[in-house]
Design a protein around this ligand. Structure first.
Ligand code: S3P
Length: 166
């Protein structure tokens, strides 16, 4: 597979990367790829990977999935922690990157599905992790869009318009 994603979506858990990414893909007639989904398809549920193999192994699998995704021509949505990896951050320098951000109060009700092992302790876990990573998101992003109070369709419109200017 060789190609490039028309846009890469990054941001914290619950920011709406998958929902917005699918909508942007539909608008521009591209495919859509979510690195979490790739990992689940190949290795099983994320919570089980964390519990049975540990976070470092999950990050390795994620790094590989991201590298493959960056070589594909689909709209790409990355797991919230993908930017921790320095190689991933430098690879992103060469792409159009949208940082989808969200406030803690807006994200709280989006986190309840139990699929995210790092926020088992609730919103305080999310807030701590977000604070730790904020500078990394900003380092690689070309634009930052807050998803807290607008419908995903409106955000997808904004991303699509922004792409048209690049
Ligand atoms: C993680 C985010 C999750 C998933 C895993 C770890 C993180 O993806 O990759 O649970 O470290 O922020 P989403 O951002 O799609 O929830």
């Amino acid at each position: 597979m060789t190609g490039r994603p028309p846009v890469v979506l990054i941001g914290p858990m619950g920011a709406g990367k998958t929902r917005v990414g699918k909508r942007v893909a539909r608008r521009i007639g591209a495919g859509f790829l979510d690195t979490d989904k790739v990992i689940v398809a190949e290795h099983g549920p994320i919570a089980a990977i964390f519990d049975e193999l540990g976070e470092p192994r999950f990050r390795e699998l994620e790094r590989e999935a991201v590298a493959r995704g960056l070589d594909d021509d689909k709209v790409l949505s990355l797991g919230g922690g993908a930017v921790i990896d320095a190689a991933t951050r430098s690879a992103l320098a060469d792409h159009r990157v949208v940082f989808l951000t969200v406030s803690a109060s807006a994200v709280e009700r989006r986190l309840g599905d139990g699929k995210r092992p790092l926020v088992r302790g609730g919103i305080s876990d999310w807030e701590r992790i977000f604070a730790e990573r904020l500078a990394l998101y900003r380092e690689v992003a070309d634009v930052e869009i807050d998803t807290s109070h607008r419908p995903y369709d409106a955000i997808a419109d904004e991303v699509t318009e922004w792409l048209g200017t690049r």
